[in-house]
Design a binder for this molecule. Structure first.
Ligand code: AMP
Ligand code: MN
Ligand code: MN
Ligand code: MN
Length: 280
């Protein structure tokens, strides 16, 4: 049977709609054989995912998607095969929960200035013990009929440059890569085309990423064209990075993104799962 890898997705531990158990069940239904759960800045969903994965025969890779800063911009680094109990990583996720809570308070204050009260209480309630993300704010704005789609919530309020945007002190890119690699994991640059970098900045980013110990890049993501895969595969080859494949699944209501529904990695790219297998 063919192996189907999906090395990037979210559960209710961050901004996903499905619990780790529901996510594993859906991955199984979609024929995924190896899944990495990569919640934003938290590993809290991994224990539940591991228990369910064992029962359904899915190979679970312990993952995380760390928010990082580099040159004043936010970049997402996926860690694969991490040890969630590694002290500095566990400490970092704990700090990030506070950073996110404080950011949420500031976002809510900005919304209040736009005559939208009650956001902080609402997102705190919705997130519970999980990481509060801008997705929670988007859902709140949607529920209060201030916007009619999640996308509109970002476009009108939450995206950089919009009235409720709050710049956040994420970890430095190099620091985040260190936490991942020192915990035994592989650092992968997530969705490289989403940052809208010029070719020159992309090369600078990949140089810094590689120097800091980054080993992989997401070559295959959801909704990527054949030309885009070629472009990212070119970066992977040039910077000697392994290629990853991840859907970034959040919510079954998004009809464009499904667990495991991904193009194949180009044959000349070294699959990141080969590094994971060596790692054991
Ligand atoms: P945060 O990490 O709290 O800043 O939230 C970022 C999350 O918001 C991302 O992981 C996406 O799930 C979501 N997001 C960011 N930009 C958009 C957008 N333009 N439309 C919809 N969702 C978005
Ligand atoms: Mn997200
Ligand atoms: Mn991301
Ligand atoms: Mn993601």
């Amino acid at each position: 049977m063919a192996e189907i890898y999906d090395l990037h997705c979210h559960s209710t531990a961050s901004d996903g709609a499905l619990s780790p158990t529901e996510l594993i069940k859906r991955a199984h239904e979609q024929g995924v054989t190896s899944l990495a759960l990569t919640d934003h800045d938290t590993t809290a969903g991994l224990a539940e995912a591991r228990a369910t994965a064992a029962a359904s025969g899915i190979k679970l890779i312990s993952g995380i998607e760390l928010s990082t800063s580099w040159h004043d911009k936010c970049f997402h680094i996926v860690g694969l095969g991490i040890d969630p109990d590694y002290g500095p990583l566990a400490q970092a996720t704990q700090n990030l929960q506070t950073v996110r809570l404080e950011r949420a308070e500031k976002i809510a204050q900005k919304l209040e200035k736009k005559r939208i009260p009650g956001a902080f209480e609402a997102v705190k309630r919705a997130a519970g013990d999980s990481m509060i993300t801008r997705t929670h704010f988007a859902d709140f704005l949607l529920s209060q009929h201030h916007v009619s789609t999640q996308q509109e919530a970002f476009d009108r309020y939450l995206a950089r440059g919009k009235p409720a945007y709050v710049s956040t002190p994420w970890a430095e890119l190099e620091q985040a890569i260190n936490w991942i690699t020192e915990s035994g994991g592989i650092a992968v640059l997530a969705h490289p085309l989403r940052y809208k970098l010029t070719a020159n900045w992309m090369k600078r980013l990949l140089t810094a990423f590689k120097e800091a110990g980054g080993q992989g890049i997401e070559v295959v993501t959801s909704r990527i064209s054949a030309d885009e895969i070629k472009l990212v595969a070119g970066y992977a080859a040039r910077f000697e990075l392994a290629g990853s494949a991840g859907s970034d699944f959040h919510n079954p209501e998004n009809q464009w993104v499904e667990l495991g529904r991904l193009a194949l990695l180009p044959p000349h790219i070294k699959p990141v799962w080969e590094l994971l297998e060596v790692q054991g």
